[in-house]
Design a protein around this ligand. Sequence first.
Ligand code: GCO
Ligand code: MG
Length: 408
Amino acid sequence: MKITSAEVFVGGPGKNYVTLKIMTDQGIYGIGDATLNTRETLPAHYLTEYLIPCLIGMDPRKSEDIWQFFYRGAYFRRGPIAMAAIGAIDMALWDIKGKIAGLPLYQLFGGKSREGAMVYAHASGNDLEDLMDSIAYYREEGYQAVRVQCGIPGMPKGGGYAVADKGDSKNYITNFLGNGPKIEIWNSDKYMRYMPDALGEIRDRFGFDMCLLHDVHHRLLPREAAQFAKEVEQHRLYWLEDPTPAEDQSALEIIRQHSTTPIAIGEVFNSIYDCNKLIQSNLIDFIRVSATYGGGITSLKRIVDLAALHNVQTGFHGAPSHSPISMAAQGHLNAWAPNFGVQEYLVLGTPECDALFPSEHKMEKGFFYVSDAPGLGVDFDENEATRYEFERGYHPVTRLEDGTVWNY
Ligand code: GCO
Ligand code: MG
């Protein structure tokens, strides 16, 4: 069996999904996701200029060897651009493998450990009342796990990270399209004085029978993060996400010395080498890598196995930028992983997105159920894809009140 061609498409409804389609000489094809949010054309170029020319003629069944060829075989390794490109190839090869076997991917991993995988929704509000409405909406929809973000008094809108427009909190989707970054203003002191009590008020209103998650989005210093994690311990968070920037891993030691609040990290990681020490030293509780810029299924499965050895659970990244292809890849891993925790989930559900990526996967009352279709169980409609083209976008840039650039 041989790979005969491969093509990359960039575009989608309100998002620049980067979709790879690999064709074989036996008519079976596979699809993969290389969407690197706000840098989408870069993995697309890496694929078309460098990787696809080598892929042609390879045996698509040798997904491990092909992964090694593109990872180990490259002199300059890792990084989100290269790993998103490798990740897309890897997903497409697993898709082909499943279609050859006539089995859904979770069967190739070892079968289901659960029927539905718990997902968490994004509740957000411009202020606490608005956030409460948003949480109530998701609770009524049946979600058991909700991530909560709200505007901070005294900070311009956008402070507090992922803050919705008033009245639109339940439909909040980060929209980064535009010709330059928006500027967000941040003040850690105001945040630290407000957010712990706000989390307490949420517990007072909704009780403790709800998995409550909160994302700090890399904004605090290690000492501040330790203090914050200690203060919110009483509110029994399911997790506290990205309390500090991921580059300085020793920061996690400081947090651990002061608090037992569960820590989730890893949405910007792109290899097992970014998280092996954190996992082996028990400095985190949830690993948040993604199939896209984490190097695909081959690489994620290794991380999941390492995490399982150290009682670290999964909580894969699933921001709106992930296409239904990577969400399907993660869906199959979630169905199998013995150490599954929760899945962030926001993508499927709009008619345009469903038309572009048809699938039978189901989301019901806060649980994701993978279909039994062979492979990834999601398709890509090339005719639909012709409706869309690349639109430039940027992540916001954060500044402190005196103008200093801070972590988004
Ligand atoms: C999350 C993330 C995202 C990121 C986005 C950046 O927890 O889902 O923090 O919202 O900001 O993925 O591209
Ligand atoms: Mg996050």
